[in-house]
Write a protein that binds this ligand. Structure first.
Ligand code: IVH
Length: 669
């Protein structure tokens, strides 16, 4: 492709991306990718100066103007800020300023947060808000006056002294992270598209014509600068006055009389970064004196008296070298991206999860593609974008037909997930299931990590969970190649794990969707393992409590002959106790710990069943009515016992009432 066509193609793409970003609040590519493409375009344009037209995305601030909004001309252009990424670049910026000002004394600067929001211009004339506009293309913005009236900290009138006849107040409209998450949840529940970040959400809300007052009220206007302005000497005075007028200026803003203080400010903000309730992507440094600002001036895109020192991105570009397939503990085949190693915030990243086939196809990802990788905090690295414009020699990602570990045929389930159903016969699944079994929330056995479990499996010492309990010091030390002391520590740990909480026992079985919380719920519900094994797939109460999926998963798990055998073998060697035996739930029932007498025959239940039920509720079944009896259950005969109970004012229930409680508490026996 000739370079001229390349430039035109890039321009077209960038304009399209810009339109989706600013006008539709729904970016097609990440900021990083956009910046990267602008950089390429800039380089190409340098080579072909004649093509360097004014309407290039490298020369413009902001977006196309949406036809759905009235246009408003800003009194002074709304510029962007030049981005830098290091203190070194900051000192270069300062050096240029000294040179241009021909100045040698100390410079006063302001340091502020760089809010990741929507830039807005507010025009006040004769104390009154006349209109509000987005940045638009920098010269004309979109009229959002109607919507701005509901945004927090946008005063309708400016009261007090020093109100100029005409002033443009500028700032950022921001949505708090918590409100952004709530909003997305709301949209998700309505099956609508969600926003990719708080800035896009703020932009979407602000530019919606529908009646969305509830959402608009969540938006906050952070005041940070001005457009048309007169009579102010410096930024400090301007900010002080804005606060008095009722604008919200974030209290992190600091004024320094030394350019070197910026470093300390940056360090403080870097530490606080994730504690702010809204997104920021750097700090902004401004020369305080408005007189000096005027001397320094600006170009078409940014002023020379302010700069944005952006945080190092947690996103990087890298190349997808290959895709490997991992077999999970439930047999699900997960594609793993093998990447050209890249360092993101000090961590070398070579792999990333690709989740499933649908995601790969939706991303339109090929082996050999350049991708944008993200890693924020402790989040696992994730590919968030494919740079299709850089695509060259690429290969289609094919899913395997056979399990890469056991060669079993791979099956597709109804959720379009691929899995190997060889279960414990697949060594990958066996290993992962054992690791799960011995983990902290399961049997909590020490000394059996990945390496040792692999060795035990390899030597055919463990095929089923219960096999672990038949190991001895000799076997362990021989097959794991470790000393007697270490081996006996492992055996001690295995032995002491035998006394296990019911919930931990359930967790250890590795049932799909049954994690720590669900195991606790199931243990609470069933109390005893024997009733857990008798789980009823139609148990409405249980379905309400844990959801139909978990009920199904547990039902099919315990009803597989192999699993049942496995559990029974385990029960033989371990000692399961239940921390929930006397839960509040149980204690609240009318039979708990009470002296109870039965009289007559019940039509629906045998005496032994009733006795068993009551005994499990810690009730004492007595033969005679006395003062100590708290309850009489009456069957088909209203004889002497009934009369006496009435006399002593003892609570009496009939078969129908008893059955009501029986079915209510049946789960406990
Ligand atoms: S001053 C002429 N201060 O960042 C420069 N801008 O990427 C006027 N921004 O267009 C802007 N926080 O919308 C300024 N504390 C801050 C800011 C800030 C965020 C936005 C602003 C600007 C964009 C540039």
């Amino acid at each position: 492709m000739s370079l001229i066509i390349k430039i035109e193609k890039l321009k077209f793409l960038l304009k399209k991306y810009s339109y989706f970003y600013y006008n539709l609040s729904s970016p097609l590519i990440s900021d990083l990718e956009y910046d990267y493409l602008v950089l390429i375009l800039k380089k190409l344009e340098k080579k072909f100066i004649s093509l360097n037209s004014l309407n290039s995305p490298t020369k413009n601030v902001g977006s196309f103007l949406s036809p759905y909004f009235f246009k408003i001309k800003h009194l002074t252009p709304m510029l962007s800020l030049k981005n830098i990424f290091s203190m070194k670049e900051y000192f270069i910026f300062i050096k240029k300023i000294y040179k241009k000002l021909n100045y040698s004394k100390k410079l006063n600067v302001s340091c502020e947060l760089k809010f990741d929001g929507v830039a807005v211009n507010l025009l006040y004339k004769n104390n009154k808000l006349i209109h509000a506009a987005t940045r638009g293309n920098g010269f004309f913005g979109e009229d959002i006056t109607e919507n701005i009236l509901n945004v927090k900290f946008v005063p309708l009138y400016l009261f007090g002294k020093n109100v100029p006849k005409l002033i443009e107040i500028r700032g950022e409209i921001v949505l708090l992270r918590s409100d952004f998450l709530n909003l997305n949840n709301y949209y998700k529940n309505k099956n609508k598209n969600i926003f990719s970040n708080a800035r896009n959400a703020a932009s979407g809300i602000l530019r919606t014509k529908k009646n969305n007052i509830e959402f608009l009220k969540k938006l906050i206007f952070f005041c940070h600068s001005y457009g048309y302005i007169k009579y102010f000497k410096n930024h400090y005075n301007f900010i002080k006055q804005c606060k008095l007028w009722g604008f919200y200026v974030h209290n992190s803003i600091k004024f320094f009389n030394s350019i070197n203080s910026v470093k300390e400010f940056l360090n403080i903000i870097l530490k606080k970064r994730y504690f702010f309730q809204f997104d920021i992507d750097g700090i902004v440094i401004k020369i305080n004196s408005i007189f000096k600002q005027k001397i320094l001036g600006y170009n078409r895109v940014f002023p020379f008296w302010a700069i944005a020192l952006k945080f190092n991105s947690n996103k990087k570009k890298t190349k997808l070298l290959d895709v490997e397939f991992k077999v999970g503990k439930s047999g699900i085949i997960t594609p793993i991206a093998i990447l050209k190693p890249v360092n993101i915030s000090g961590v070398n990243i070579k792999k990333a999860l690709l989740y499933n086939k649908n995601i790969i196809r939706k991303m339109d990802l090929y082996i050999g593609d350049f991708v944008i990788l993200v890693r924020s905090g402790d989040v696992i690295p994730k590919i968030i974008n494919v740079i299709k414009s850089l695509r060259k020699d690429v290969f289609y990602i094919r899913f395997p037909k056979f399990c890469p570990i056991c060669n079993n045929k791979i099956i597709k389930n109804k959720n379009n997930l691929y899995y190997c159903n060889a279960g414990l016969n697949c060594k990958a699944q066996l290993k992962k299931k054992f690791l799960h079994f011995v983990s902290f929330n399961g049997f909590n056995i020490f000394g059996l990590g990945k390496k040792n479990i692999t060795l035990l499996i390899k030597n055919n010492l463990i095929k089923n969970f219960s096999d672990l309990f038949y190991l001895n010091v000799k076997k362990i030390s021989f097959f794991l190649g470790i000393g007697k002391k270490l081996s006996s520590n492992i055996i001690i740990s295995i032995e002491s794990s035998k006394k296990i909480k019911f919930s931990n026992f359930i967790y250890s079985l590795c049932i799909k969707d049954v994690g720590v919380v669900m195991s606790k719920k199931l243990a609470f519900y069933f109390v005893f393992v024997k009733f857990f094994l008798l789980i009823d797939i139609n148990d409405k109460k249980l379905i309400n409590y844990v959801g139909i999926n978990v009920v199904k998963n547990v039902f099919f798990y315990v009803n597989s002959i192999k699993n049942k055998k496995n559990i029974l073998n385990l029960i033989n060697v371990v000692n399961i106790y239940n921390e929930n035996k006397e839960t509040k739930y149980l204690k609240n029932n009318i039979f708990y710990n009470k002296n109870i007498v039965l009289t007559g025959k019940l039509n629906k239940l045998s005496r032994s069943k009733i006795n068993f039920f009551l005994l499990n509720l810690k009730a004492n079944v007595k033969n005679f009515i006395s003062k100590n009896i708290k309850l009489l259950i009456v069957g088909n005969t209203y004889g002497k016992k009934y009369e006496k109970a009435k006399e002593l004012n003892i609570k009496i229930i009939n078969e129908k009432e008893f059955l009501f409680f029986y079915f209510k508490y049946k789960i406990y026996y």
